[in-house]
Write a protein that binds this ligand. Structure first.
Ligand SMILES: Nc1ncnc2c1ncn2[C@@H]1O[C@H](COP(=O)(O)OP(=O)(O)OP(=O)(O)O)[C@@H](O)[C@H]1O
Length: 276
């Protein structure tokens, strides 16, 4: 598909051709302005339902033709977390608890079920301590977690998540990735924009590299993230890949294509304690 925003001179997505299988965790990486958010918008249907503009080609999610699909139907199929969690909040609830209950209430889910699902989700997203706080008085990182939880609770099979960890510290980033990995293991399909390449290397099943509106590489993390040429496209290589490269240049035999420092240590036959 190709897509041009209203009034723009050039398309923001050009001849994008991409298939994401059920149950995959597909990470979209690439430099600023590459079109990652626009691609998320096209999958979720905000392009062209909300942004209008000109779209040619097709976008299909779970059998639905996104550009012509009913918006309520799309919302039931695809969960979405925006890049800025502030825009995700309903703006009318007074506590995190009510914010999580809000979407289910709109769907007419019975009150006892809402209570159960809110409790479970607070726990799974590790935000139980925020339950009585007003959503707009939370820090950016806390809002990001609430936004993620508000999506989780809706139980859609397809999740589109745009930079969920941009405002999080390393420990919270790891927690969010564990949560996303758990969603995928539970059978959901996840499309994720993420700049943090170490986490992408560890958790993604597919990596899509975008540059200037085009998909320039697609493959497994081992195929895409070990190729030094991706740095010419504004992507970074994982630490372990750079280390392995440096070791090979110094004559050390590094077998395989380790993507994490632990995998690199394993590949080098380091004892267990060192690998950890
Ligand atoms: N609403 C809009 N109207 C017109 N042009 C837009 C709009 N939103 C984005 N663009 C343009 O589309 C291109 C792709 O932007 P997009 O936000 O999709 O990139 P991105 O890869 O997500 O960038 P970042 O990593 O900075 O979030 C950019 O040239 C941007 O200026």
């Amino acid at each position: 598909m190709t897509y041009t925003y209203p009034g723009a001179d050039e398309p923001s997505l050009r001849d994008v051709s991409l298939a994401v299988g059920t149950g995959e965790l597909c990470a979209i990486v690439g430099p600023n302005g590459a079109g990652k958010t626009t691609l998320c918008n096209a999958i979720r249907g905000f392009v062209p339902h909300f942004y209008k503009g000109e779209l040619t080609g097709s976008v299909t999610v779970a059998g639905q033709d996104v550009p012509t699909a009913d918006e309520d139907e799309l919302a039931r199929t695809i969960g979405f977390v925006f890049q800025n969690p502030f825009t995700q909040m309903s703006g009318i609830t007074e506590t995190v608890y009510d914010e999580l209950a809000f979407g289910l209430g709109n769907l007419g889910v019975p009150a006892p079920e809402i209570r159960d699902r809110v409790e479970q989700t607070l726990e799974r997203a590790r935000i139980t301590e925020l339950r009585d706080r007003p959503p707009f008085q939370l820090s950016g990182g806390q809002q990001q977690r609430v936004a993620l939880a508000s999506m989780l609770i809706m139980d859609q099979p397809v999740l589109v998540i745009d930079e969920p960890t941009s405002q999080l510290d390393p420990a919270s980033t790891d927690e969010v990735f564990e949560l996303i990995a758990a969603m995928r293991e539970a059978g959901r399909t996840v499309v994720l924009v993420e700049h943090k390449i170490e986490q992408v290397a560890e958790h993604a099943t597919t990596v899509v590299l975008m540059d200037a509106g085009r998909v320039v590489r697609t493959g497994s993390p081992a195929e895409v993230l070990t190729d030094p040429a991706i740095t010419d496209r504004g992507a970074r290589l994982p630490q372990a890949v750079v280390l392995a490269q440096g070791l090979r240049e110094r004559g050390v035999d590094v077998p395989g294509r380790p993507l994490t420092v632990a995998a690199l240590a394993d590949a080098l036959g380091a004892p267990g304690e060192v690998a950890r």
